[in-house]
Ligand binder design. Structure first.
Ligand SMILES: Cc1cc2nc3c(=O)[nH]c(=O)nc-3n(C[C@H](O)[C@H](O)[C@H](O)COP(=O)(O)O)c2cc1C
Length: 344
């Protein structure tokens, strides 16, 4: 499986580690002879071998500090993997990369030299000497706090949320008696499935949820197709052009007939079929099964694969089976951006 934490932002981290190590080597080479004032009386380059942590704390306890830093870095890297791969999360990835780079830069010093090289010095306030790695950690942590407070008000729960285990099964859910809201919250689009059949009783429950869905004028102009044969699934998978669809032992198709536009201007049959599939997907969740709504498919090829009569349209498909992955929740816009009371 593709590792979620291997990306270009970590390359930025690697470059920063190189910058940190390069400047430290330069400092060791050039600054040991004496300070170099950059802004006289304010800011200078001043060499220091620090055996402690920030601000000289824990002096001499290099082993403890190295172990603590390594554990902290492992934790940050692990949680980095939970950040969704959306463009909007780039700044959060940069903040993590900065913290990781700074932590790694000073860890390398502690392990390789037994001390950390600091060389930036603000003399008017006698601020403890620091280095590029310290700047990275400080900017990264400050950036993270600012992003959490002001940018991601929709939540960054994914950083501490435990992901459900892949291939959850119904036993666990029956014990906990899943509510509708829990099913809504737990549902994910799953794109990797176990090679394991779906029990007939579970499939019946899923189809029953579709049968009980509401429809305009209660017309129920829908048909549900549970595709199980390997041949038909292969043909449907080809119609979708999305290989994971065929991994699931069942592909559900929802078809709608009797096209009718309601007074509001919306197509009743498409809306009815969509509601039915939504209900089925939530019941699938309750049954410990997973789905992924598929709207991207060649309608004529799908029609041929299932022998759908001409009076019906295929509105949507979904694979249905046991998940072999546990995707992180995809981001959602904050409710404040979506809902208004009374009027716009
Ligand atoms: C109308 C519709 C069409 C979709 N079509 C596809 C599709 O063709 N392929 C796919 O992998 N996912 C498809 N999806 C799944 C969305 O990408 C997914 O729901 C969205 O990214 C949110 O992720 P989540 O379902 O895990 O919360 C579709 C979803 C909807 C509602």
């Amino acid at each position: 499986m593709r590792k979620r934490w291997l990306d270009g932002y970590l390359l930025l981290g690697v470059l920063l580690v190189a910058l940190d190590q390069g400047t430290k080597a330069l400092a060791q080479e050039c600054l040991r002879g004496g300070d170099v004032p950059l802004i006289p009386g304010v800011f200078s380059l001043s060499y220091l071998e620090n055996t402690g942590a920030a601000f000289g704390s824990f002096a001499g306890r290099t082993g403890v500090l190295a172990a603590a830093t390594a554990a902290l870095l492992a934790l940050v890297l692990w949680r980095y993997g939970s950040i969704p791969r959306e463009k909007g999360y780039g700044p959060l990835r940069v903040a993590f990369a900065l913290v990781l780079a700074g932590g790694a830069g000073n860890l390398i010093d502690r392990v390789a030299r037994g001390y950390v090289i600091d060389f930036f010095y603000f003399s008017p306030i006698n601020f403890p000497k620091f280095n590029v790695a310290d700047i990275c950690v400080t900017v990264g942590v400050a950036g993270f706090v600012l992003l959490a407070l002001f940018a991601y008000r929709g939540g960054i729960d994914f950083l501490w949320q435990k992901r459900p285990a892949a291939g959850r099964d119904n036993r666990q859910k029956e014990e906990t008696k899943m509510t509708v809201m829990q099913a809504i919250e737990a549902r994910r689009s799953v794109r990797k499935y176990e090679d394991r059949p779906v029990e007939q009783e579970k499939l019946d429950r899923v189809l029953e949820a579709g049968r009980l869905a509401p429809s305009a004028r209660n017309e129920q102009e829908w048909r549900f197709v549970a595709v199980r044969s390997a041949q038909a699934r292969a043909a449907l998978t080809q119609a979708c052009g999305q290989d994971f669809v065929g991994e699931a032992p069942v592909i559900l198709a929802v078809c709608a007939g009797n096209p009718r536009t309601m007074r509001c201007g919306q197509p009743a049959h498409v809306i009815d079929a969509s509601i039915a599939l939504s209900f089925m997907m939530l019941e699938a969740e309750e049954q410990g099964l997973s789905c992924c709504w598929i709207g991207s498919f060649d309608a004529e090829a799908a029609r041929a694969a299932m022998n759908v009569p001409p009076e019906l349209e295929i509105v949507a498909l979904t694979p249905l089976g046991y998940a072999a992955e546990s995707p992180a929740p995809r981001p959602r816009k904050p409710l404040a951006d979506l809902a208004v009371y009374d009027r716009f």
